[in-house]
Ligand binder design. Structure first.
Ligand code: CTP
Length: 401
């Protein structure tokens, strides 16, 4: 499966480096073209000779080595790979990556590279839990760095906890997932709503909410990444357009409904937008002035419910309709009731109470509610929730076929 794929493996310092030798062996068996960089920390645990014997290639070590630079400049090392894998990725190495340091060959290559990066962290459990490591990991994931592991178990330091490097077959699976894209949604059409809506009060003022669009945009990107022909109908957000997605930008709930209806028929609709529940009746055509008297009293009327209209769209109803329920109390019950009321198949319930950081934040803790019950998903980044949902949707269609 990996034949012809060019991989650059960076081995940083950690006892788990011995597993990287096995990783090299298996990557070679699968036919990948492999180059290795060994950091000075990594060289405390494995020798350059063992890495080069297994990879069949020279091992690169030094940023300022004349021979290394004349044979293969570090910029070429950075550009020539389909994927860069850092295994093990020590706490120190992750911190350097997050900080954009470039003082040695491995970090300089990473900074000069625009290729996908996969890290397999390995460290003591307290180091893994430390706020600084959490922050570094969150920053790297936000930049698109993928991660496999770490796992919980016995650690080399004698402690038990999360911090063991992922096992080699899991690292191999993560590499294949990136390099051999899953296109199981090709031939399917998807519609996603995202972001807030802006309901005008007058030409300069509007009613909105704190939705960032991060979750909806990530879902559209994940569905398109798996081959679905995807339309994203988005309210005003600062999120970049996801790759390969047809993006329709709207302002109000009424415009969002029209755009969604024109995207039909689709196989799956995911409503992640925080649609304003109310609009202002008769929004003023010119700016309301303070000088015109007492503060205006805004009369509101209910907006159309886009999810419900898709869930009840008769013969245009998508085969799978998915909603998000933002709740602050009795999350599962309220979301379950909403699922039925809006005629949707799956509801992803999330707790948006103050302090959960869901609105606008980078992580999400959801429960998937369908007619079989509620399923807890672990706290994940929004792109990870999106990937998991997209895979789940692909499974649904593969069983329905
Ligand atoms: N939704 C929608 N159109 C609306 C309101 C909500 O499509 N006018 C969708 C959202 O995109 C989400 C789901 O309905 O998928 C639930 O949204 P939520 O805000 O949790 O529920 P509401 O229906 O607005 O109910 P309430 O605010 O009373 O909890």
């Amino acid at each position: 499966m990996l034949s012809g794929k060019r991989l650059l493996l960076i081995v940083s310092g950690g006892i788990a480096a011995y597993k990287s030798l096995d990783l090299v062996r298996r990557l070679k068996e699968r036919g990948s073209e492999l180059r290795c960089i060994l950091t000075s920390g990594g060289a405390q645990f494995v020798t350059p000779l063992s890495l080069s014997s297994l990879s069949g290639e020279k091992v690169y070590r030094d940023l300022f080595s004349l021979t290394d630079e004349s044979e293969m400049g570090h910029i070429r090392l950075a550009r020539d790979a389909d994927l860069i894998v850092v295994a093990p990725a020590s706490a120190d190495f992750l911190a350097k990556m997050a900080g954009g340091l470039a003082g040695d060959l491995a970090t300089a290559v990473l900074l000069a590279s625009e290729r996908p990066v996969l890290v397999a962290p390995a460290m003591n459990a307290a180091m893994w839990r430390h706020a600084a490591t959490r922050r570094n990991i969150a920053l790297l994931e936000e930049q698109g760095v993928r991660r496999v592991g770490p796992e919980a178990g016995d650690l080399a330091c004698g402690e038990v906890g999360e911090g063991r490097m992922a096992e080699v077959p899991d690292i191999m699976a993560a590499i294949e997932e990136i390099l051999v894209p899953d296109t199981s949604l090709s031939g399917h059409r998807a519609l996603v709503t995202s972001g807030p809506t802006h309901e005008p009060i007058d030409p300069v003022r509007y009613i909105a909410n704190h939705s960032s669009g991060k979750q909806g945009h990530a879902i559209a990107g994940a569905l398109a990444g798996m081959g679905a022909e995807t339309t994203l109908v988005s309210g005003p957000t600062s999120q970049p357009d996801p790759e390969g997605v047809d993006v329709q930008r709207v302002e109000t709930a009424a415009q969002m409904l029209t755009a969604c209806q024109s995207a039909l028929p689709v196989d799956v609709a995911v409503c992640a937008a925080a649609v304003g529940d109310w609009k202002v009746n008769g929004a003023a055509e010119s700016k309301l002035k303070k000088t015109s008297g007492a503060p205006p009293i805004l009369a509101l009327s209910e907006n159309p419910d886009i999810l419900a209209s898709l869930g009840q769209a008769g013969n245009l109803r998508p085969a799978l309709v998915v909603g998000f329920a933002a709740e602050t109390e009795n999350v599962v019950e309220q979301a379950g009731a909403k699922r039925k009321a809006k005629g949707c198949d799956w509801m992803l319930a999330n707790d948006v109470s103050a302090g959960t950081g869901t609105f606008g934040g980078d992580e999400n803790t959801v429960q998937l509610i369908n007619n079989e019950g509620a399923e807890d998903w672990p706290t994940m980044t929004k792109p990870q929730v999106a990937e998991r949902l997209a895979r789940r949707i692909a499974d649904y269609f593969s069983h329905a076929a």
